[in-house]
Write a new protein. Structure first.
Length: 225
């Protein structure tokens, strides 16, 4: 059974007068393993990529295998994590166990490595505030979530199935945030092909505003209305 592609808007209260809008792109292919097609997840990824424009994709292919305390996965993006046994999370190139649809796997075409979550959490921290985040999540059996704070605590549920599967989840936020935590406290799962802003922290809309403001300032300096 495949769940349809969804795109939803969540309004989160940020105090008495300010609101943040969070647009979510989610696609789920239940029980899909590493050799199965994932049309619903891929469609969500494609729509998300079109919405965010220029971005970096963290494939983990250049990351060292094994446990890490802190790992730089892109320019200005750091990965940390704590597993269910209070140890460090792992970068691996084979599933933690089999079947892989239950434990998670690589989603990079021609690749092999991915970030494993053996219970516990995985946190991406951004040196510059960002407005979007997305990636593939595999081996989803229980109620895992993606958590962040854009001025108010936010939690986006990942789809799940006792037989596992693959999901793409991405979101755009009107307010910036500086970290995202994947909560897999009771699950063994994998994260791969993560969309991050990398070295360009401002979305295109904010760049356009800055350019307009500069042009207006130049006009005023020149004495023009």
């Amino acid at each position: 059974m495949k769940y349809p592609l969804t795109s939803l808007l969540i309004l989160a209260c940020l105090g008495s007068s300010a609101y943040a809008s969070v647009t979510v792109y989610s696609g789920w292919d239940a029980a899909a393993n590493s050799t199965d097609p994932r049309p619903t997840a891929n469609a969500a990824a494609s729509n998300f990529d079109s919405a965010i424009g220029a971005h970096s994709v963290v494939t983990f292919e250049s990351a060292p295998l094994g446990a890490y305390a802190s790992l730089n996965v892109a320019l200005g993006v750091t990965l940390t994590g704590v597993d269910a046994f209070f140890g460090n999370q792992l970068i691996i190139n084979t599933p933690w166990s089999f079947p892989d649809n239950v434990y998670g796997y690589n989603t990079t075409a021609g690749g092999s490595k991915f970030a494993n979550i053996t219970g516990g959490t995985l946190t991406f921290t951004f040196a510059n505030p960002t407005y979007f985040f997305g990636g593939y999540f595999t081996g989803l059996q229980v109620a895992d979530s993606v958590n962040f704070n854009d001025g108010a605590a936010q939690s986006l549920a990942l789809p799940n199935n006792p037989s596992g599967g693959v999901a793409f989840l991405g979101f755009l936020d009107s307010n910036p945030f500086t970290s995202v935590t994947v909560n897999g406290l009771n699950d063994v799962m994998a994260v791969d092909d993560v969309r991050v802003v990398g070295s360009v922290p401002e979305p295109a809309s904010l760049v356009a505003v800055a350019v307009s403001a500069l042009a207006l300032r130049k006009r005023r300096v020149a004495g023009r209305p």
